[in-house]
Design a protein around this ligand. Structure first.
Ligand SMILES: CC(C)(COP(=O)(O)OP(=O)(O)OC[C@H]1O[C@@H](n2cnc3c(N)ncnc32)[C@H](O)[C@@H]1O)[C@@H](O)C(=O)NCCC(=O)NCCS
Ligand SMILES: Nc1ncnc2c1ncn2[C@@H]1O[C@H](COP(=O)(O)OP(=O)(O)OP(=O)(O)O)[C@@H](O)[C@H]1O
Length: 243
């Protein structure tokens, strides 16, 4: 089920901006794509294995641009990057695979078993990920984009989003999906969950919630409904309309 919460302050600000833009458009006789410089940012968040990538793929199939923090996190530690050198300096060559790339499974084990190591890695990578994210948001021209950001709440990144879409899933289903996808034990999966915020906290921050306890078909139809709602809101602005 897709749940929508009451209109938020950030939405109100954005809608005022949209109305200003439309006024300028009418005055200048410009086309929307020439004037509509701001892309509406929908932050897609949720716990590990909740289904963020699956939801993001469904939006992408509808033509919505994606910016995925997990993908950027991989790019900033590619071969030859300064971040990868710093990781090797801290952990030694054992943190690399035979081809010189990062051994993600080993690093995952380290950072989710020791908080200090997680904080160190976060302080190295998060500024780099944020910088690249901002660059991509600014470069996007479509009416809205999906920003896949697992740690939106943990890192207090709300000011960079216009709306928060949560993928919510019951913990038991989540544990089953993570352990079968990542080939890790329940204990390891629980360790990762305990490094993330709670379901209650996530629900309190969300504007829209997709419940992913069901199957892929149900998930995809919820995405289609939300996509239509976002487009209706953005392309036919009506200041009396609730969103
Ligand atoms: C530790 C790493 C190498 C493990 O890689 P792996 O391929 O196994 O996992 P992947 O990158 O796909 O992340 C899977 C999920 O783990 C969770 N996760 C990853 N890093 C963190 C973290 N620092 N704190 C809490 N949860 C995290 C997120 O839910 C994420 O979606 C990797 O997660 C990483 O580089 N993490 C630090 C960067 C980061 O914080 N990424 C999260 C998005 S900003
Ligand atoms: N509705 C569903 N029914 C069955 N399996 C699902 C469903 N949604 C997602 N999955 C599976 O659950 C696993 C986790 O989904 P996905 O990778 O999309 O989550 P994620 O939130 O992006 O994970 P991560 O936080 O690790 O990046 C995947 O193997 C995916 O195929």
């Amino acid at each position: 089920m897709v749940i929508k919460k009451e209109e938020t302050i950030s939405i109100k600000i954005y809608r005022v901006n949209i109305s200003v833009i439309l006024t300028i458009m009418l005055t200048c006789n410009e086309k929307p794509k020439d004037i509509l410089l701001m892309t509406y940012v929908v932050a897609l968040t949720g716990g590990i294995g909740s289904g963020k990538s699956t939801v993001a793929d469904a939006f992408a199939n509808l033509g919505v641009p994606l910016i995925d923090a997990d993908v950027i996190a991989r790019q900033v530690v590619q071969l030859g990057t300064d971040a990868l050198s710093q990781i090797v300096t801290r952990y030694g060559n054992n943190i690399l695979l035979a081809d010189g790339s990062l051994n993600r499974a080993v690093l995952r084990q380290k950072i989710f078993s020791e908080q200090q190591e997680r904080e160190w890695l976060n302080s190295l990578l998060h500024p780099l990920i944020q910088q690249e994210t901002q660059r991509r948001i600014t470069a996007t021209k479509e009416p809205y984009l999906i920003w896949v950001i697992p740690l939106l709440i943990e890192n207090n990144l709300f000011s960079q989003a216009d709306r928060v879409l949560l993928v919510d899933v019951d913990k038991e289903i989540q544990l089953t999906r993570i352990t079968s996808r990542d080939n890790i034990t329940r204990q390891q999966a629980k360790q990762i969950l305990s490094a993330q915020t709670t379901q209650k906290e996530r629900l309190a921050c969300a504007d829209d919630v997709i419940n992913n306890n069901g199957n892929f078909v149900e998930l995809s139809s919820m995405v289609s409904i939300l996509h239509q709602q976002y487009l209706d809101f953005l392309l036919l602005p009506n200041l009396t309309k609730k969103f």
